[in-house]
Design a protein around this ligand. Structure first.
Ligand SMILES: Cc1ncc(COP(=O)(O)O)c(C=O)c1O
Length: 455
């Protein structure tokens, strides 16, 4: 039987000392001095931000995170897939400093030069059919903006062409439209109603293979809509919690259907973009050309910056002023974005992700063989990976074991992405050294060995 959900402890625990080239743990974990900080957070901050691994970051550099007490972790999170070009990348830091020192912190829609340089660079490095961009701050704003553009596009054809098709379990952000796209009653029940023009397909997991044609026909029948009423598809190129990509054929089918019915296709590359999976964008693994792409996280590698990029005639559908956001194109964020994209290019980080991904995935697959009772799948590509965790007794998905592994890794000087589900996600900065990558994987192995001894 699945055990009760495991809660990561905020009480300091005596743990073995660690001292390696890349990790150092020399205090109880969590650090006793952080208790008052946790208490203040509990008191002043809405609880939705809580529940993460209790490490108080003092600084982060390249692929390491440091606290104030001499502890140091290898980071396999990139602060949730942001720091692709390395934490506090020196080029990013120095251009931000330059902007701060010249006292250019905000310009709203007045033009600043960083904005122009950044946009030019962005359009230069993305495939040629992505011709224009609109800048925002949060990923969720970018997905909302793509929804708006898809519907505006549909209405240029006919008023009823406003249907958006997404996938159950996707993650597109936390604002209303984005949560509607997710199709999860638990996270969208607060909305109080369903938009009848947002419908969902079932994601083709390996344990539940699907055929696009059959599923879309079934959905049409159930919801009673015409295929020509679909203005667009919103696709998360791998499902966030599990890191698993679509079968290529599925996406090919979806595209040929979309093209036939004059529907747009948007990929939400907010998490997977900028080299994470060994290509600039995840959708490039499917050999397709989307109409719109949502970007965020690794776009700046640091400060809040998101974007929608797409074909010119779609990007220009909105009138002057009708897509806007106060912090759009903030000069410091654009400056950071510019240096970040240059670093991704000059350090060849997309190819580095592909190369290091082979090391990561071959070693994770060895772990899967060694701990086959606990690891049912290794998903992902490049420097994105997810281990899907099962309970060895009943072979059911087990979020508790996943949480225990994340907690143990933290105690040993490794930060993993704690999803709160039956997965452990891995996404180090693309700059991580081979040696540190391999050391981190060894730590995961030690965690499984301990779990086996304890169970
Ligand atoms: C695929 C995807 N889309 C959208 C978002 C939302 O981005 P943000 O948290 O910046 O609003 C996320 C965040 O995790 C994401 O992973």
């Amino acid at each position: 039987m699945a055990k009760e959900k495991y809660k990561i402890s905020y009480m300091p625990k005596e743990v073995p000392l660690v001292e390696t080239k890349f990790r150092r743990i020399k205090t109880k974990i969590p650090v006793p001095e952080s208790l008052p900080i946790f208490e203040e957070l509990e008191k002043y901050e809405a609880r939705s931000m809580h529940g993460q691994l209790p490490v108080v970051w003092d600084r982060a550099e390249d692929f390491q995170v440091f606290d104030k007490h001499g502890n140091c972790w290898i980071d396999f999170t990139s602060t949730i897939f942001v720091a692709n070009s390395g934490h506090a990348n020196s080029k990013v830091v120095s251009i931000i400093k330059e902007g701060v020192e010249k006292k250019l912190l905000h310009t709203y829609t007045f033009i600043n030069e960083y904005r122009v340089k950044f946009l030019k660079k962005l359009i230069e490095i993305t495939p040629s059919y992505l011709e224009k961009a609109f800048l925002l701050s949060a990923g969720t704003e970018a997905t909302e903006c793509a929804m708006k553009l898809m519907r505006m596009y549909g209405q240029t054809i006919k008023p009823s062409k406003i249907k958006i098709i997404s996938f159950f379990g996707n993650m597109h952000g936390r604002t209303m439209g984005a949560e509607m796209l997710k199709g999860d009653p638990k996270s969208s029940s607060w909305i109080g109603y369903k938009d009848p023009n947002i419908n969902h397909l079932i994601f083709p997991y390996p344990w539940n293979p699907r055929e696009f044609r059959k599923d879309i026909e079934k959905l049409q029948k159930k919801e009673g809509f015409d295929a020509d009423d679909i203005c667009g598809f919103m696709i998360e190129p791998y499902q966030g919690w599990a890191g698993n990509l679509f079968p290529k054929e599925y996406i090919k089918e979806l595209f040929s259907f979309a093209r036939k019915h004059n529907s747009l296709v948007t990929f939400d590359e907010i998490q997977g973009g900028f080299g994470r999976t060994g290509k600039l964008f995840v959708y490039q693994h499917y050999d397709v050309e989307p109409d719109l792409v949502c970007l965020g996280k690794g776009l700046s590698g640091s400060l809040p910056l998101s974007a929608v990029v797409g074909r010119k005639e779609i990007m220009d559908l909105s009138d002057v002023g009708s897509m806007s956001s106060t912090h759009s194109a903030n000069p410091l964020c654009c400056a950071a974005g510019l240096a970040n994209l240059e670093e991704i290019e000059t350090k060849n980080l997309v190819e580095e992700s592909r190369r290091k991904g082979e090391i990561l995935h071959s070693r994770l697959n060895e772990l899967k063989e060694n701990f086959s009772d606990y690891i049912s799948y290794v998903f992902g590509k490049g420097l994105l990976a997810a281990l899907i965790i099962t309970n060895p007794e009943n072979h059911e998905p087990d979020a508790s074991i996943a949480s225990r592994i994340c907690e143990k890794a933290m105690q040993k000087g490794l930060l993993l992405v704690h999803t709160g589900r039956e997965s452990i996600k891995i996404g180090p900065p693309l700059t991580i050294s081979d040696e540190a990558l391999i050391e981190g994987i060894k730590v995961i192995k030690e965690c499984f060995e301990e779990i086996i001894r304890e169970n």
